[in-house]
Design a protein around this ligand. Structure first.
Ligand code: ADP
Ligand code: ZN
Length: 615
């Protein structure tokens, strides 16, 4: 704030004297309250175990300081310094016989007290306070902000994000333009009696651009942006979260019009039935404080709170009531056209040569988020630079895509001949079964070069975006997933199967369980769902809402799906034994095959009658 710096010298001196006197008085009070002897140190782990054992009467928490009063004593005699996470996270039982008190104030008093006890000259304190005064009101200055919200602030003068940088998601952007307009010309709405929204909830998968859009709202409206993440609150001691919220709102109001952005709001605002463990009370207090602040808004405060979550159904309904986060905006994964637009945004300022085909890349990246696409663009540039290219070429982009999707190649990881061979059979098995099954996506690429955490990869890509998956598709996916191990078994016998199929089996089992429990796709258990966990509140905090008998039936259905899938994979590979050899040989020779190579090798592969699905 420019005005503060223009304080006349006289006014400044008056303030210094004034604060100096107040300080002396406060200091006096603190020295009376302070225990004479300095406190002994105790490790937090020891505090926790002693408290669990009932040896501690009270723990007083200020922001980064714990004071410990033992069972038979009146005053604290030990202290510890905060480590990461709350004491509950460090093992303190919620029912431990100890009184935990939290000083809502930032611990400033305690620090001040310490300073005084140490006998620092008053002069130092006065200088210290001048510093404080200067930084008060200047929200960007974090110096001396004890216990203040560590909100990141992107004021209007920081790098401004506009809606030009947000591609796709037209309907979300349209809704948000309205918010921009509220911030810029509130009078227009008030004149007509319209209530200005207080809370806007952005819901969507990670990386879909929720933060980006919130920043763009601030950028377009040219207002400061205060952001904090729900997961940061969780790390704090009880009570501190609430005081941070209070502070964040105070700061935003002072700088109004402004945007407050709470990322991962579900971390503090889960439904009551979903909360558990020691973080309980802290989250409750933090959530309550958010509600109190939002309810306390007067219409003209000009502060709009935006929050992001990927699970709206997990949020405490109190948060979604009218007057709170009552505007909901869906942010979706981009469709093909939108992916192209996002890629264009991120390649805009990068030198690319004529070979780069972003449209094809957009087609290949179904299911990718905006963040994934931004990542591909960045990786392309890194790869091109590493290879010494003048411009980014298509091959760099393709490689970046593969790196982002399945992890980098690990050419350095040595595989012996035997492992190379069994990997080649394994991947060829996936590829053949996927290739001949009518409801599987086509093979995009196979490699026996280790990538990411896998030994080899067979990669299937959908030719187009799709929103639904049929039971036939699921069953074909299960069969091709089992086919890696099937191939090993066919070639080496039961005794030769390896750990190479571990993650295939895990995915297949998860998928089968999902089909039975979430999609009602069982044979006996049809058209009914049996949620696996209480994620959506289905269990209402009780035990599972179905009988043991049903649980057994679920297990049976899952086992049957997997058994059938294995059988189909076995049958298909037995019927294409020669092609399995051919594809294995091609892999050992070339290591990586693309869709055309695979189609060439497998041009006579067939689907045996027994492995067909009934209509
Ligand atoms: P979220 O908050 O939904 O998890 P972010 O806003 O943090 O996602 O997105 C991360 C990054 O991904 C952004 O900084 C941006 O580079 C890129 N990104 C995501 N969505 C888009 C989009 N629609 N247009 C352009 N870039 C995007
Ligand atoms: Zn596999």
């Amino acid at each position: 704030m420019a005005e503060k710096k223009k304080n006349s010298a006289g006014k400044m001196v008056r303030q210094v004297v004034f604060w100096g006197i107040i300080l002396l008085i406060v200091g006096g009070v603190f020295s009376v309250l302070k225990p004479e002897a300095p406190l002994e140190k105790m490790a937090v782990s020891e505090v926790v175990s002693k408290a669990n054992n009932g040896e501690i009467k009270q723990i007083e928490i200020t922001e980064n300081n714990l004071k410990v009063t033992l069972k038979d004593e009146e005053k604290p005699s030990f202290q510890s310094v905060k480590e990461n996470g709350s004491i509950y996270e460090q093992g303190l039982k919620t029912d431990a016989p100890v009184e935990v008190s939290v000083s809502e104030e930032s611990g400033f008093g305690a620090i001040l007290g310490d300073v005084l006890i140490m006998g620092l000259p008053t002069l130092a304190l006065i200088i210290f306070f001048i510093f404080m005064m200067k930084s008060a009101g200047n929200a960007n200055n974090s110096a001396m902000n004890f216990g203040k919200a560590k909100a990141r602030i992107y004021g209007p003068d920081k790098k401004k994000i506009t809606f030009d940088e947000v591609a796709g998601n037209e309907s979300a952007k349209q809704d948000l333009w309205e918010v921009v307009d509220f911030l810029k010309a509130p009078a227009k709405y008030e004149k007509l009696g319209a209530k200005i929204p207080r809370g806007v909830l952005l819901e969507g998968a990670p990386g879909t651009g929720k933060t980006l859009m919130a920043r763009a709202v601030a950028g377009e409206a040219e207002v400061p942006f205060f952001s904090i993440s729900g997961s940061e609150f969780v790390e704090m001691f009880a009570g501190v979260g609430a005081s941070r919220v209070r502070d964040l709102f105070a700061k935003a109001k002072k700088n109004a019009p402004a945007i407050i952005f709470i990322d991962e709001v579900d971390a503090v605002a889960k439904k009551r039935s979903q909360r558990g463990g020691g973080a309980h009370d802290e989250n409750e207090q933090t959530l309550n404080q958010i509600l109190v602040e939002m309810d306390g808004f007067e219409n003209e405060t000009g502060v709009i709170v935006m929050a992001a979550t990927n699970r709206r159904d997990m949020l405490d309904p109190a948060l979604l009531r009218p007057g709170r986060f009552d505007r909901h905006i869906q942010v979706t994964l981009p469709e093909r056209r939108e992916r192209l637009d996002i890629l264009k945004v991120h390649f805009k300022n990068k030198p690319v040569d004529a070979s780069v085909d972003l449209d094809k890349m957009a087609a290949k990246t179904a299911g990718s988020s905006g963040a994934d696409l931004a990542n591909i663009a960045n990786e392309s540039a890194i790869i091109a630079a590493r290879l010494g290219h003048e411009k980014i070429g298509n091959q760099d982009v393709v490689e970046a895509f593969e790196k982002v999707a399945i992890g980098p190649e690990r050419k350095s990881k040595v595989m012996n001949e035997k492992e190379r061979e069994s990997t080649a059979y394994h991947e060829a098995g996936h590829a053949i079964v996927g290739h001949v099954l009518p409801n599987s996506d086509p093979v995009h690429k196979i490699t026996i070069i280790p990538r990411g955490r896998t030994g080899g990869v067979t990669w299937f890509l959908p030719p187009e975006d799709r929103n639904y998956t049929s039971i036939h598709e699921f069953k074909d996916i299960l069969a091709r997933g089992m086919a890696g191990r099937s191939a090993e078994k066919l070639v080496y016998g039961e005794g030769g199967i390896t750990t190479g199929a571990g993650s295939d089996l895990k995915h297949a089992t998860e998928l089968a369980r999902d089909m039975i429990m979430e999609q009602g796709m069982g044979e006996n258990l049809q058209n009914q769902v049996f949620p696996n966990s209480d994620d959506d509140g289905f269990w209402a905090g009780a035990s599972k809402p179905y009988s043991e008998k049903t649980a057994e039936e679920i297990d049976k259905e899952v086992a049957k799906l997997l058994k059938d899938a294995t059988k189909r994979a076995d049958e298909i590979l037995a019927a294409n034994r020669e092609d399995l050899e051919k594809l294995k040989d091609a892999l050992i020779e070339k290591e990586t095959l693309d869709e055309n190579d695979v189609a060439e090798v497998l041009k006579t592969a067939k689907l045996p009658e027994v492995a067909k699905q009934k209509a």
